[in-house]
Ligand binder design. Structure first.
Ligand SMILES: [Zn+2]
Length: 603
């Protein structure tokens, strides 16, 4: 199917009430958010003649539109099913029928549209429904194919039944019954969906994040990508990285053995960053700094400053600013003394951060934060919404990017990251390697199976290339990027105009923007910084956004007494990681004591 360029929603002549217009509204909003021009075209209410407006028929014939209609609207206009069939046969288009339920009128309308090939039945929802993406539909579900997950769905679930199973591709199933399928109608695909549509503005639960929205998001993303290809916003590259928190730069830390890790990286083709605690800067030898060889795909980034309890969750702007500055200064001193280069990316201790911490990272020119949670501890009551997490990074706070990482527990979540075009960032601690590296190597192999194009660039490099991209109808390419330094390549065979944008809520904080080191013009629109760059085929270009000078105090330490307390904390943590972790009974007792003291704050 060649890419289409408009989505037409066939709607009621006078939409009223929240449902089904609520679903119609969600579809239009989601398509627009994906970069697809979308509009509602009301059907005629006449009993005579065609219900489809003439204007639409002309657009159809140009083969440029995909269509969508709710099962409710389809049922309201009995003859439209025949007209739609005729058009799908004649024109290369696509049709999505959404909101299908077990209502008799829906069943009748679907049977009429599919020539009696599709019927269905309903079963009760449950706390734990098994959603799956059959391998046979890999050309639709891509990285998700062959995988599944357990999710809550308490409403009744309507499942489609195809008279001839070979005539329909099941793309998504709930408890093995089809809830999203595709079949051919003439030269066009027909998609049938019984799951509800996603609401981009819905507030996210900080624990469940997007997980409770997968069943709504994935079918619509698949439909739009199938119809509109590269005109939809998409992530052009699949990248991943392992981040191990806390170790010192030594041959062995707890269960992590450097030489074993090196061999494993080479064997399985992955890359690792150590989230290094800056307080330890004076403990790295020049010899151990040599572990960070350029050939080895092994690097360090910044993990807190002293790594004390809730260190970056504090709301005191001046204090957190000082910590952000001191952390960088220590990493820089370590680099000067030992040659240990580092990536200016922050991993927050215990995964906790305040909004003041984000402002501090921006003020000190960090590139990004990478964190298990993207929710600040003092976020606004309305918090983050679905749309915020459908992108590679959250830039809602001060325009500063927070990339999300996860523990390697459920493959499906990483598949979803890659499906969305987000970097797949994996977090672990030394204990994960207690039984060796095989479990992790198996996980890496699974990730490569999901996406054979997966690469493991350095962390900063990976984040500086993360973007959403789409081909505009005028031939130019639009890119939304997230980091203050950004690199991209023109992979087209000819010279193209690139329209680049980055969310920047505070225009006054930007001093200049350069492209390949040369000052460039830029503008602001609706909270986004925008610039245009022309690039020849195969060219790679780099952008840098420079903030206005930020009055900074010299990042001095916090005094001897503070340092002594930190030393005690670090000493206890390392005793735990290196010694106690090898003796389960002792470890349990020690953890109790340490919790009582509230000193280590490790995670
Ligand atoms: Zn930590």
């Amino acid at each position: 199917m060649r890419p289409l360029n408009h989505l037409i929603l066939l709607s009621e002549p006078e939409p009223t009430g929240p449902e089904p217009f609520g679903q119609d509204g969600r579809l239009l909003a989601f398509a627009s958010w994906m970069g697809i021009p979308a509009k509602a075209v009301p059907l005629r209410n006449s009993q005579e003649g065609s219900a489809l407006p003439d204007r639409l028929l002309n657009e159809f014939e140009a083969g440029s539109c995909a269509l969508a209609i709710s099962a409710e609207t389809l049922a309201d206009h009995a003859s439209i099913a025949d007209e739609l069939q005729r058009f799908l046969r004649q024109c290369a288009s696509a049709l999505l029928v959404f909101g299908c339920t077990n209502a008799e009128r829906h069943l009748r309308a679907i049977a009429r549209l599919t020539g009696g090939m599709i019927s269905g039945s309903e079963f009760p929802g449950a706390d734990s429904v098994s959603f799956s993406f059959p391998q046979s539909a890999v050309s639709f579900s891509q990285q998700l194919a062959g995988l599944g997950y357990l999710g809550r769905y308490e409403e009744p679930i309507f499942a489609f039944e195809a008279q001839d199973a070979a005539a329909a591709d099941v793309i998504m199933a709930a408890n093995e019954a089809a809830v999203f399928l595709r079949m051919d109608r003439g030269s066009s695909p027909l998609f049938l969906l019984s799951m509800p549509l996603p609401d981009l503005d819905q507030t996210l639960d900080a624990e469940l994040e997007l997980q409770e929205h997968y069943h709504r998001l994935i079918p619509l993303l698949i439909f739009l990508r199938q119809c509109f290809g590269a005109s939809c916003w998409h992530g052009p590259e699949s990248t991943a990285r392992l981040i191990i928190d806390d170790p010192l730069l030594t041959e062995q830390y707890g269960f992590l053995e450097h030489s074993v890790l090196m061999k494993s990286m080479e064997h399985s083709g992955y890359g690792t960053s150590i989230a290094f605690i800056p307080w330890n800067y004076w403990r790295t030898s020049r010899q151990n700094a040599g572990l960070l060889g350029e050939q080895s795909n092994f690097a360090i980034c910044v993990h807190g400053c002293d790594h004390t309890n809730k260190e970056f969750a504090i709301r005191d702007s001046a204090l957190v600013d000082r910590k952000a500055g001191l952390a960088l200064r220590r990493m820089e001193l370590q680099r000067q003394r030992t040659g240990a280069a580092f990536e200016p990316v922050m991993v927050f201790p215990q995964g906790l951060f305040s909004r003041a911490a984000i402002a501090a990272l921006r003020a000190h020119d960090y590139l990004a934060a990478v964190n298990t949670s993207v929710f600040p501890t003092d976020g606004a009551p309305e918090g983050l919404i679905v749309a915020d997490l459908l992108q590679p990074a959250v830039t809602k706070y001060d325009g500063f990017p927070i990339f999300q990482r996860r523990y390697p527990r459920r493959l499906f979540d990483f598949a979803f990251d890659l499906f969305l075009g987000r970097p797949a960032l994996v977090v672990e601690h030394h204990e994960y390697f207690r039984e060796g590296v095989e479990t992790w190597q198996d996980f890496v192999a699974e990730m490569h199976k999901l996406d054979p194009t997966l690469t493991w660039p350095g962390l900063a490099d990976q984040l500086m290339r993360s973007c959403r991209r789409r081909n505009a109808s005028n031939g130019s390419i639009e890119i939304q990027f997230y980091t203050r330094k950004f690199f991209w390549s023109n992979r087209e065979p000819d010279t193209r105009n690139f329209s680049l944008c980055k969310q920047e809520p505070n225009a006054a904080s930007i001093e200049s923007v350069s492209v390949d080191g040369e000052s460039s013009e830029f503008s602001f629109e609706n909270g986004f910084l925008k610039l245009e760059v022309q690039a020849g085929p195969g060219e790679t270009h780099g952008i840098e956004i420079v903030d206005r000078e930020h009055p900074q105090e010299r990042a001095n330490g916090f005094g001897l007494a503070h340092n002594a307390r930190v030393m005690l904390r670090r000493g206890l943590s390392e005793f735990r990681d290196n010694t106690l972790s090898r003796h389960d009974g002792l470890l349990k007792i020690a953890k109790g004591i340490v919790r009582g003291l509230k000193v280590t704050g490790d995670a």
